[in-house]
Design a protein around this ligand. Structure first.
Ligand code: SER
Length: 623
């Protein structure tokens, strides 16, 4: 059974259970400054989990493109990838545990054909300090489901991962774990969640490949248990019961609706079906591995890490560029650059001829273009960008080598290594290699110290990023969101209809809005836009939402939208109308917005600048 087949079986299965199939959101989230990448299927749906009306109803399903930058250094083992597809289904205040656990179990056993004897599950052990009980309800449901398949399922208590190494399997099939393991939110366990963040207990499903796979090097003399890195078990799906929101005082209260957020890694489910814990053996990735074998004349089994890094990174870069993120020096584009450059390094280790990465990307596109049609449309752009980045990096390497030759000392100090690394883009492994060849030594500790300083700086940046954001629905953020619509309407009024949104990032302190326009916007025009926005705020326009058929809406010239392809076939349209019936703004959007523009503050444009060819950026505040 191919990955493609599992994907369509899953979507069909949930369609049969009255779910609407929605398209994948982009890898870089719109209107969500909390994170650089979409790392789970749930992220783009946060507003709806919090109560916004979704145009497609209360049961949704999709296969979401995800990217987890934090896993980049883990790539090389048999299960980690930076990019992956997450199969998802959602109940927005509709069904709950009983339906969810039954459906996923039925899908695995009857549709994918997994042996129920090899399935193990985990549930939340409860948290007394938060007054959240252990999930006996899920346990009762699981027992019934297993019993229907002739399996008597015992529940056992584990607690923390560490306790698990002591306690082991205990003859159990259902395992209670603490919040570090069986609680899900975008920020992790309850104590890590910022105020206003949503989350809840979850129930994970694991596939048992057999004790012969419990070979992880860190795992000697420990008891395997499902949620451990023994290598024997692989997590293939997670049902999160999102019904809590964090309060100012650290406590949790219930959301107005009980939601289900299910996510399952497509390759992992496919790997369970094939009976190998190595996700790279699933056809979706294996196509690239085979091509590398041909190009390098080497065998996958003899060079696991290098094969996996090249395959993962080229796939990630392909999807990223397909979503419009080209290699660059900051934020998301930097990760795309890192992916391609690391792929070059590992391709060199395999002695793949220079200039071949673009052909590997071609094969990724071939594999995925049936479902992700944007890859087909952007095929040439993607291949071109990867080819260019490889070429440019090879030049960088040459320059780095020249810089290296200038070093006279036989022991290279930390700051010098860091300079080669950060400024000349000279990879660390390569520095070590070249140093060795030329009989020099490297101050590794000094280098690490230097890099730690760098990382702390960027981590501080990331923490800052998590503050505020549309995701938390705070009043200020919603006000900024409404002001952003007015800003776009004002720009289109003053500059013309070629102006569209190219990106947006909103916190409780400011808005940042990117739009399509070829040249600098004059101060005069900016003042006029400000006057327009403030005028609508002062007069007070009513904000209304209607759900419309996408194809019909697309023909309506009063509706402004970018990225039509990212929306499902039913869309939400927000309008702002004055008392006299004058239409100020009408835009396709997920929401939320204020009900009336009155009193949201005085709008002030702080800055206007270029961000890329043909794209301008405005930063503005509400005072
Ligand atoms: N949000 C959960 C996860 O990412 C389930 O979709 O694991």
């Amino acid at each position: 059974m191919s990955g493609e087949e599992i994907r369509s079986k899953y979507l069909e299965f949930f369609k049969r259970h009255d779910h609407a199939v929605i398209p994948s959101s982009a890898l870089v989230p719109e209107n969500d400054p909390t994170t650089l990448f979409t790392g789970s299927g749930m992220q783009p749906l946060v507003p709806y989990l919090m109560g916004e009306v979704h145009p497609k109803g209360t049961r949704l399903t999709d296969s979401q493109k995800c990217f987890r930058a934090e896993d980049i250094d883990e790539v090389g083992d048999n299960r980690h990838t930076t990019f992956f597809e997450m199969l998802g289904n959602w109940s927005l205040g509709d069904y709950f545990k009983k339906e969810q656990l039954r459906w996923f179990f039925t899908f695995l056993v009857d549709e994918v054909g997994l042996d129920p004897q090899r399935i193990y599950v985990s549930v939340f052990a409860g948290d007394e300090s938060l007054g959240i009980p252990k999930d006996d309800e899920a346990v009762a449901i699981w027992k019934e489901l297993f019993l229907e398949r002739g399996i008597e399922a015992h529940d056992v208590f584990i607690g923390s991962e560490e306790d698990g190494y002591e306690k082991g399997m205990q003859g159990g099939r259902i395992f209670y774990y603490d919040a570090a393991k069986n609680w899900w939110s975008r920020a992790g366990k309850p104590s890590k969640m910022p105020v206003g963040e949503i989350g809840g207990p979850d129930s994970e499903v694991f596939y048992d490949f057999g004790p012969e796979y419990a070979t992880h090097p860190d795992f000697k003399d420990k008891e395997p248990h499902p949620n451990s890195d023994s290598g024997q078990f692989l997590e293939i799906g997670n049902s999160v019961f999102i019904e809590y929101i964090k309060q100012e005082d650290g406590s949790f209260t219930k959301l107005p609706q009980r939601n289900v957020d299910f996510g399952g890694g497509l390759e992992r489910i496919a790997a369970a079906r094939v009976g190998t814990p190595d996700v790279f053996k699933v056809d979706l990735l294996w196509n690239v591995i085979e091509q590398i074998q041909t190009l390098s004349g080497k065998k996958y089994e003899d060079n696991l890490v290098a094969f996996r890094v090249v395959t993962d990174h080229i796939r990630g870069a392909t999807f990223m560029i397909g979503d419009g993120i080209h290699p660059g020096n900051t934020e998301q584009p930097y990760f795309v650059r890192r992916l391609v450059r690391r792929a070059v390094r590992y391709a060199d280790m395999l002695r793949i001829p220079a200039g071949e990465l673009k052909n590997l990307s071609r094969s990724v596109i071939e594999t995925y273009k049936g479902h992700y049609t944007n890859l087909r449309e952007k095929q040439n752009e993607i291949i071109d960008a990867i080819g260019k980045e490889e070429e440019q990096f090879r030049k960088t390497l040459e320059r780095g080598l020249k810089e290296f030759e200038k070093i006279k000392e036989s022991h290279i100090d930390g700051p010098t290594v860091a300079l080669l690394f950060t400024t000349y883009g000279f990879p660390y492994e390569l520095i070590l290699e070249v140093a060795k060849e030329s009989g020099k030594t490297v101050d590794e500790a000094g280098f690490k110290e230097e890099m730690q300083k760098h990382q702390e700086l960027s981590r501080a940046g990331a923490e800052h990023k998590f503050k505020g954001g549309l995701a938390d629905h705070s009043e200020k953020v919603v006000q900024y969101h409404t002001a952003t619509h007015l800003l776009l309407a004002g720009l289109r009024k003053e500059l013309g209809d070629h102006v569209h949104q190219a990106g947006s990032n909103i916190t409780g302190e400011r808005l940042r809005f990117d739009f399509t326009h070829g040249e600098k916007v004059s101060g005069d025009v900016l003042r006029k836009v400000e006057v327009f926005v403030n005028d609508v705020i002062q007069k007070g326009a009513e904000v209304t939402m209607e759900i419309r058929d996408k194809e019909e809406a697309r023909k309506d010239p009063t509706i402004e939208a970018s990225f039509w392809e990212r929306y499902p076939d039913q869309v939400k349209v927000y309008s702002m109308t004055g008392e006299n019936g004058e239409l100020y703004s009408r835009e396709l959007c997920g929401g939320p917005h204020v009900q009336n523009t009155k009193g949201i503050g005085t709008f002030k444009i702080q800055k206007e600048e270029a961000v890329a060819a043909g794209i301008r950026r405005i930063k503005a505040t509400l005072e």
